[in-house]
Design a protein around this ligand. Structure first.
Ligand code: PGA
Length: 252
């Protein structure tokens, strides 16, 4: 079992001052754990200045989004090439990107490739909606999103990729997937990766759970078979709560 990966997704919250204060608190309270990797994903605006403040042995940075081209006439966008050296991870295909901004498999696939090309680890988010769950389509949705997102990746690149299982109905709702659901989903994800890239690749890919994780339920997911870490939204906005979750990961 490798390192646990704990990612805090701040979404469109915390201004420059708040973000810096938060990081300060986190660096103060978290020891550097060799068995846990702690990452925060602030807004694009604050990434550069936080990268100067951060101690990467304790906390690393992720971008919540980026554009898949490296340079050019793309007004308003930021590329993975420009994020290189600032972040270690990027979220790709978060459900809010898919559902609010209409990102499809083509964008997501291109972003996974752009991240790898720029030596940034992509965190590919997958998960079914409430409607799809009710129709018993979870397996098909995960299959389609994995095939769609990983189509142009090679088996050698798989260890660089993280898959986050984030059922849409559990994001920001306070409604959790049960550890058993998550275990099943992690198994489906690994089987699919094995089918596409072979057994070795399936064993090397890291799978996270995300969706209403908090201090009280974090340990249950961390102890779930096949789960290598957590992607945390709401509960990560509080530095104290987030560091408590990281400490739990250390103990599991
Ligand atoms: P949540 O968000 O923890 O607030 O449910 C998770 C996410 O969006 O990554």
């Amino acid at each position: 079992m490798g390192k646990k990966l704990i990612i805090g997704n701040w979404k469109m919250n915390l201004d420059m001052h708040e973000a810096s204060l938060y990081l300060h608190k986190l660096l103060d309270t978290l020891p550097s754990h060799r068995d846990v990797e702690t990452v925060v994903a602030p807004t694009m605006l604050t990434l550069q200045s936080l990268s100067l403040q951060v101690n990467r042995r304790i906390v690393k940075l992720a971008a919540q989004n980026f554009y898949w081209r490296d340079h050019g006439a793309y007004t308003g966008e930021v590329s993975a090439t420009q994020l290189r050296g600032i972040v270690d991870y990027v979220l790709v295909g978060h459900s809010e990107r898919r559902h609010v901004f209409g990102e499809g498999d083509r964008d997501i696939r291109a972003k996974v490739q752009a991240a790898i090309r720029n030596r940034i680890q992509p965190v590919l988010c997958v998960g079914e909606t409430a409607h799809e769950r009710a129709a018993d389509e979870t397996r098909d949705v995960l299959h389609d999103q994995l095939v769609g997102g990983l189509a142009n990746v090679t088996s050698e690149e798989i260890p660089e990729i993280i898959v986050a299982y984030e059922p849409v109905w559990a994001i920001g709702t306070g409604e959790n997937a049960s550890p058993d659901d998550v275990k099943q989903a992690a198994k489906i994800i690994r089987n699919q990766v094995e089918h596409l890239f072979g057994k070795k690749a399936a064993g090397s890919i890291r799978v996270l759970y995300g969706g209403s994780v908090n201090v009280d339920n974090a340990a249950d997911y961390l102890a779930t078979k096949g789960v290598d870490g957590l992607l945390i939204g709401g509960a990560s906005l509080d530095a104290h709560q987030f560091s408590e979750i990281v400490k739990k990961a250390h103990k599991v």
